[in-house]
Each structure stands twice: as C-alpha cells, then as structure tokens.
Ligand binder design. Structure first.
Ligand code: AMP
Length: 278
C-alpha cells in the first residue's frame, strides 16, 4: 500500500478504511522508540496513522520550539519501512486558528512534577492530543512510557472527558548503554552523552530498592556523585496514575522520574518499580 500524506480533515476522511484505526502521535525526528510504538499500533489495528506535528502550544517561551529537529524526509522513510498507512502532517495554521479561544486544562496533574518546571506544557499536550483524536477519530492510540506523566494526564483526560479511545502505553526503548532514546539526544556532545548515562544509572539504582526512602536515597546518591555537570530539576517518586509523591507506607507500582539538563539539553527519564511488596 502506498503511504498517504494527509494535511487536513478532508484528507483524513478520504484515507479512512473500514476496520480499527490506531493513532501514534509524534513530533517527528522519528527513532527506534517511535518505531516500537508504530509496531504496537500495527499489531493491534487495521490501519495505522502517525501524526507528525511540532506543537507550538506545548513549548514554553524559553524552550526549544524553533530548534526542535525536523527531519521530514527521513521520517517518511521510517513510516514507509514500518508499513504506516497514513502520515498526518498538518501545518500550524491548519491546527490553530488565530482567533481560537478554547483549550484543555490538565488540572492539578498538569502543574506538578514536570508541570512545575514547564507551566502550561501539559495543557498544550492535551489540547493537541484531543484535536488529533477528533481529526483522526482513532479507536486506539499509543503513547510511550518515556513520557510517563504525559501518558498519565492523557489517560486522565480520556477518563474525565469520556473519550471513546483505548490508550496503550509502550515501554521505553533505550540504547544498549541505558540512555533512553529521544529526539533531543542529537544535541548531546560525546562528553555530555557520557554524563547523561548517569540518569538511567540513577533510576536503576533506585529501582533496586524496596522502600520510598531507600529508592530516593539510592538514586539521589548517583546524581549527587555526577556533580554539577547534571543540573537536576527533580527526582520524584510518584503514583503512576496521579503523579502525586508517594509516602513511606505506599505499596505497589510507582514511577521514579527524573529531569535534568546536561550541557544545553534537558532530558527526562523514568523507571517503573514496585514498593513495599507484600
Ligand atoms: P515525541 O515525538 O517526542 O513527542 O514522542 C512521540 C511519542 O513517542 C510519545 O508517546 C513518546 O512517549 C514516545 N517516545 C519517545 N521516546 C521514546 C522511547 N525512547 N521509547 C518509547 N517511546 C518513546
């Protein structure tokens, strides 16, 4: 099947075939992490739509919107190789009318942990994801656990606003040495990249422990030892559904999440672990 490039709602309606449709939302600069999401979508649905849109709404005024990597030709090759049916690539004018008024609020969940450092980010994410859902009308959508808080707020939106869409989470794809794949890794110098490895190392050290205090201490020690070359925004041990910090008595699945700047590149990563098992 020929890959279809859709630029707006009419193109999407024309491209739609019978059967289940899966959507994989991305900002492009596709890598193995995105490919694993696409494969999960393929395994579940009759038709796979990948959206490629660098969403201005989710970038703060001092963030990297203008320098975010855009690799359109390579992205199309990836989509062809993965058997994607439709690439949805709207331009910003198609998505956001100059006189638009209404948007989605992520509520309290959008203002904690990552949201505390990126005000408005999750509102921007939810607004574009809801618009993509309405335009593509998928039966299911696949998101990466790499952006664990994003996945949690999207699940919350689907529940709170009764969206008839199944949300699938996909495990984080890593380099053999542990670095989580990210479109932003290309900004890291060789030296920065070595330093960035301490992030996943800290998460693994935390995940080897069983109580919240020990998890936080073990991960914190690794980050402290890395010194000033890693500027940590947060190291948070949270409930995966609410992103609220867990207390010492918490038992069950938790997420240990970290955000830090290495060189000029801000990176996030997380690991899922079990606390106080019975
Ligand atoms: P992005 O293009 O960075 O907005 O990411 C698009 C989707 O790919 C999101 O659902 C991300 O969570 C997911 N993703 C990004 N990096 C990875 C990774 N290393 N492993 C798995 N999924 C990822």
């Amino acid at each position: 099947m020929e890959l279809i490039v859709a630029r707006g709602r009419e193109d999407l309606v024309k491209a739609r075939r019978a059967g289940e449709v899966a959507l994989v939302p991305t900002m492009g600069a596709l890598h193995e992490g995105h490919r694993s999401l696409i494969r999960q979508a393929r395994a579940r649905a009759d038709q796979v739509v990948v959206s490629i849109f660098v969403n201005p709404l989710q970038f703060g005024p001092n963030e990297d919107f203008s320098r975010y990597p855009r690799t359109w030709d390579a992205d199309l090759d990836v989509c062809r190789a993965e058997g994607v049916d439709v690439v949805f690539h709207p331009d910003a004018e198609e998505m956001y009318a100059p006189d638009r008024q209404v948007s989605v609020s992520a509520g309290h969940m959008g203002s904690i942990v990552e949201g505390a450092f990126r005000p408005g980010h999750f509102d921007g994410v939810l607004t574009v994801v809801l618009k993509l859902f309405n335009l593509v009308q998928p039966d299911l959508a696949v998101f990466g656990q790499k952006d664990a808080q994003q996945l949690a707020v999207i699940r919350r939106m689907v529940a709170d606003l009764d969206l008839p869409i199944e949300i699938l989470g996909a495990p984080t794809v890593r380099e053999p040495d542990g670095l989580a794949l990210s479109s932003r890794n290309r900004y890291l110098s060789d030296d920065d990249r070595q330093v960035a490895l301490e992030l996943s190392r800290a998460l693994r050290a935390g995940a080897a422990e069983l109580t919240p205090a020990r998890v936080r201490a073990a991960a914190g020690e690794v980050l402290d030892a890395a010194g000033s070359r890693i500027a940590v925004d947060y190291l948070a041990l949270v409930d995966p559904a609410t992103f609220a910090e867990v207390d010492e008595s918490y038992a069950g699945t938790a997420v240990l999440a970290v955000a830090a700047t290495v060189g000029t590149t801000r990176l996030i990563d997380n690991i899922t672990l079990t606390l106080n098992p019975a």
